[in-house]
Design a binder for this molecule. Structure first.
Ligand code: ADP
Ligand code: MG
Length: 687
């Protein structure tokens, strides 16, 4: 019999339905006891035996079973890090790398950055002489292959969160399979939260079969071992909304308040999609909790998304004080990458931000899109760690059963492949279409990527990296278009400015998210706004920040995120070092912003758009693919609508919006990318 839960304000009505079982106890205990209680602990001997005897071991186990934090420690205890060797563990997400590394350092009682360290882009907290267990993003591992193609310092590489099928994970897996042939002593562990690992096993199996066919002698242990950890989740009761919700942020907030009113203590985890809707939800929740008074003072409301400071991360993991209830509002990072201990209630919006790429229009954007059933199950599972929990799905049961896809699509099949192709080329993989992928990308996307790289001057007629540009672009740890922009700025004499712009573009936003203070934020923006566009506006902000003596007060006054600015300074320093290594001399163009715009064009010509109509808020079309796009309201060029612009990225909601926009002169396009703009297929004029 479905139970009804009603919200007096008429917001959300849920229907219930049952879900998984199995249970065991949990309470407050010492770190050592906590370790022993994790499901993975029982499998210590089995894991060590399998790793010893198999080149590849696949470990499947529910989130929170201890895979990430424990397996590297088991390996270290068993001697895999002796003799100066290192155990690596990769994660798709930067925040997960930081959080997990600091947890493991704490468990081992060592200082983070010494025996246990981590590396993410622009942040290396490891020590080549001391670090024995190293956490890193799969993207960083790819970079390390450029220096050391066989990854010789690692004895075991654990590719974690393989079910996420991030683009870098897939590339890393393909490359590790190659490395294994040259380094039979290397051990791989592929770990995953779901049974998806089966296809992973087939991927490694197929190589065995192929070798068998080629008559190569089969070494024992070449076939991957699969170990499945027994789960320990408690029963989770699932509730569905009766009717589809129109606004999932509002619905999520109502649901949290409803839980807070009616349900016994226990923390709440809410899944939304990104910083924008998370901040909106926090604002709304804070207001509504305040206005409806009763019982809501006990809420501790915390965001969880990438780019949080260490202090903010610590709050998320710290135990909830007695009499309080934590509400963590998260992106899908809390789906499998991080486990929060006290969660009893999960609110699932049913959406996440996903990358989508259309090779026909050559457009990639971030879209708020429905999650898969596999994700929905993972999210619900987060509620059952402590004791029987509840999951409130903000979609109907009918939708879940009949419309949600079973699995997500691997990122490599929905991404622009420009970065991927250049990295493989830099690693000497020339036949990219013939590369052994866990999931093959589409040939159209490949061809598009090759074409853009050719136009950027990165690849030559034989699709080999050009010298020096191609090699230099590959060496800069940023997307190729930004790297090319930096190289061009050297010729144009504005590298000082462009490096600042590149640093700003590589973080999410330098603005302080100001829900409810939109007007003040807009006014603050106007103080820095440059007629040329957002990139030049960033330069004004950067100058202002320096002039203020890097003051946090100044940031606060101007609605600028102080932590983001500090990060910009750090990244800028690192880019400066990389630039110097590449022989780029830092030079300022002073006030000549035309040079800056030209440098941006040299990198991002593929993102050029022309204004089609002033009506409807300024409709643009991409010059190459004739796709309809609009300037994002957060841009300083919103409503200004210059004739011809270049965007940095697209986000899509009701329309395709261009974020970070700069105005350009269309004649520059044929100048910097004649190949790209002269052999027009759809749209030959660019005036
Ligand atoms: P899995 O990788 O199988 O999902 P983990 O190894 O990440 O599991 O987590 C094992 C345990 O360690 C969980 O109980 C989790 O709450 C705890 N844990 C992991 N990271 C942290 C952290 N940064 N702070 C506190 N506890 C953590
Ligand atoms: Mg994990």
């Amino acid at each position: 019999k479905p139970r009804l839960l009603e919200d007096e304000d008429g917001g959300v009505i849920f229907l219930s339905s049952s879900y998984s079982s199995s249970s065991s106890g949990y309470g407050y205990v010492s770190i050592e006891k906590q370790r022993q209680r994790l499901p993975v602990y029982k499998y210590r001997t089995a894991i060590l035996y399998l790793v010893e005897s198999h080149a590849t071991t696949i470990v499947v186990g529910e989130t929170g079973s201890g895979k990430t934090t424990q397996i590297p420690q088991f390996l270290k205890e068993a001697g895999w890090a002796d003799g100066g060797r290192v155990i690596a563990c990769t994660q798709p997400r930067r925040l997960a790398v930081q959080a997990v590394a600091s947890r493991v350092a704490e468990e081992m009682g060592v200082k983070l950055g010494e025996e246990v360290g981590y590396t993410i882009r622009f942040e290396d907290i490891s020590n080549p002489d001391l670090t024995r267990i190293k956490f890193l993003t799969d993207g960083v591992l790819l970079r390390e292959m450029m220096e050391d193609p066989l990854l010789t310092k690692y004895s075991v590489i654990m590719v974690d969160e393989a079910h996420e099928r991030s683009i870098s994970t897939d590339i890393v897996l393909g490359l590790l399979k190659k490395i294994q042939k040259r380094r039979p002593e290397l051990r791989l562990i592929i770990s995953s939260a779901t049974i998806e690992a089966k296809s992973m096993s087939n991927f490694f199996l197929s190589s065995k079969r192929r070798q068998a066919l080629e008559g190569e002698e089969l070494r024992p242990g070449l076939e991957p071992a699969i170990l499945s950890l027994e789960g320990r989740g408690f029963n989770v009761q699932i509730y569905y909304v009766e009717d589809p919700v129109r606004d999932y942020v509002q619905a999520a907030v109502s649901t949290v308040l409803l839980i807070n009113d009616k349900e016994p203590p226990g923390d709440i985890l809410v899944f939304l999609t990104g910083q924008d809707d998370i901040d909106a939800a926090i604002k709304l929740l804070t207001e509504e909790a305040r206005s409806n008074g009763k019982n809501s003072s006990g809420l501790i409301i915390l965001p969880l998304y990438s780019g949080l400071t260490r202090a903010e991360q610590d709050l998320i993991f710290s135990p909830t004080p007695k009499g309080k209830r934590k509400v963590v509002i998260s992106t899908n990072i809390a789906e499998t990458s991080l486990t929060l201990e006290g969660i009893v209630y999960v609110v699932d919006s049913g959406f996440s931000k996903q990358r989508f790429y259309n090779p026909i229009s050559d457009i990639e954007n971030l879209v708020v899109a429905p999650i898969s059933k596999a994700s929905a199950r993972q999210r619900a599972g987060r509620a059952g760690r402590l004791r029987p929990g509840k999951c409130y799905r903000l979609y109907t049961e009918e939708y879940f059963l009949n419309e949600m896809s079973v699995q997500g699509i691997p990122e490599i099949q929905r991404s622009n492949l420009v970065s991927c192709v250049i990295q493989l080329k830099a690693l000497g993989i020339d036949n990219i279409l013939g590369f052994d992928w866990p999931a093959s990308p589409s040939p159209e996307s490949m061809i598009r990527a090759l074409e853009v790289l050719y136009s950027l001057g990165v690849l030559d007629d034989d699709a080999k990296l050009t010298s020096p540009v191609g090699f230099q672009v590959a060496e800069i740890p940023l997307e190729p278009m930004i790297a090319k922009m930096i190289l061009s700025s050297n010729e144009l004499g504005c590298s000082d400015e462009i490096i600042t712009i590149a640093a700003v573009l590589s973080i999410q936003s330098i603005w302080f998210s100001a829900w409810g203070a939109q007007k003040e934020l807009d006014e603050a923006k106007l103080r820095f706004a440059a007629a040329e566009g957002d990139h030049v506006t960033f330069l004004n902000i950067y100058k202002g920040f320096l002039r203020s003596g890097k003051s946090s007060k100044w940031c606060h006054k101007n609605f600028i995120n102080y932590h983001a600015m500090k990060k910009v300074m750090e990244i800028r320093e690192q880019l400066k070092r990389i630039a110097l290594r590449l022989g780029i001399v830092l030079k300022s163009c002073e006030t000549d912003m035309q040079l800056v715009r030209k440098a941006v064009t040299a990198g991002f010509f593929a993102n050029a758009c022309r204004l089609e109509a002033y009506s409807h808020g300024g409709m643009y079309k991409t010059i190459r693919g004739s796709q309809e796009v609009y300037i994002h309201p957060s841009s300083v060029l919103f409503r200004v609508n210059p004739k011809c612009v270049i965007y940095h990225s697209l986000v899509s909601t009701d329309r395709q919006y261009m974020r970070n926009v700069i105005s350009i002169d269309p004649s520059w396009l044929t100048e910097v990318a004649p190949h790209f703009y002269q052999q027009q297929r759809h749209n030959p004029t660019i005036h």
